[in-house]
Design a protein around this ligand. Structure first.
Ligand SMILES: Cc1cc2nc3c(=O)[nH]c(=O)nc-3n(C[C@H](O)[C@H](O)[C@H](O)COP(=O)(O)O)c2cc1C
Length: 256
């Protein structure tokens, strides 16, 4: 399975076998981590992986899923730090999924580590390991909003645009909130994040930004898979624009 195929087959895994993953795999994973592509090249990041089987006390927090391993994403402090974390972490989640390893984001968890990377803040924790039950799910069984509920279609979408939106729709999100909204043209899509009372709280706003980073990665990966000449850009003229109470995040523009 490729990372792209994992977009359509992944599901959160909440029960794990307390089994070791071979050291060889961690060598490959570390190589993969070296080649991640960031959403914001100027915001530095670091992943810390740890085996929690011998150290029950190494993570704490709400909703913690018990797993043999955890992955912790750190980034430099920046207003876009949480989006950067979601964009990078989803690359690792899809890689693990494609390699037969289950994952579950842990929005309420904090890793207690001896040494945090200097000058960086902890953004998101992911539990991972071999699953006790199903690792994959048919995309039709994922609980998601209908595409027409999250998109405003200004023009008839192309087949590629429809595929891109299908991949975006399947992104995982904190409490399955699916905060993404799209204004769709044939050659561009503007991406918005849903605002409501809850997103006024810092923790929910941070998790919403992680969600937005994840969905942006699903779109970037799909564009690459389809060989589309497309890129994510922040359009200044849309800054501060709101559509039905949703805040502008970025746009994906296609070269024709
Ligand atoms: C930022 C973020 C935080 C999450 N936090 C938790 C969590 O604390 N506990 C949990 O069981 N699942 C958590 N999840 C998983 C979501 O509940 C899950 O992605 C969503 O319900 C969609 O289901 P799926 O991942 O199976 O497609 C989180 C997901 C994201 C993206």
């Amino acid at each position: 399975m490729t990372n792209y195929e994992a977009v359509f087959n992944r599901c959160s895994v909440r029960k794990y076998k307390m089994e070791l993953i071979p050291a060889d795999f961690f060598k490959k994973l570390n190589k993969f981590l070296e080649g991640l592509s960031p959403l914001y090249p100027d915001i530095d990041w670091k992943f810390v992986l740890f085996n929690a089987m011998d150290d029950e006390g190494s993570t704490k927090g709400l909703f913690r899923v018990k797993a043999p391993y955890y992955l912790v994403c750190f980034t430099e402090n920046d207003k876009n730090a949480w989006k950067q974390a979601g964009y990078l972490t989803e690359q690792v989640v899809l890689y693990l999924t494609a390699h037969g390893i289950g994952t579950c984001y842990q929005g309420g968890a904090r890793a207690v580590l001896d040494e945090a990377p200097e000058g960086m803040g902890q953004r998101i924790v992911v539990a991972f390991g071999y699953p006790e039950g199903d690792l994959y799910r048919e995309s039709g069984n994922a609980k998601r909003h209908n595409i027409t509920d999250i998109c405003i279609f200004k023009e008839e979408p192309t087949a590629e645009m429809s595929r891109l939106l299908a991949a975006a729709r399947l992104a995982p999100s904190s409490v399955n909130s699916q905060p993404w909204r799209f204004v769709v043209y044939r050659n561009r899509v503007h991406i918005f994040a849903r605002d409501n009372l809850i997103t006024k709280l810092p923790i929910t706003r941070e998790m919403r930004d992680v969600d937005m980073g994840i969905v942006l990665y699903h779109m970037a990966l799909t564009a690459e898979e389809l060989w589309l000449d497309a890129g994510l850009v922040y359009q200044e003229q849309l800054a501060g624009r709101s559509v039905r109470g949703n805040t502008y995040v970025m746009s994906m523009m296609f070269q024709s």
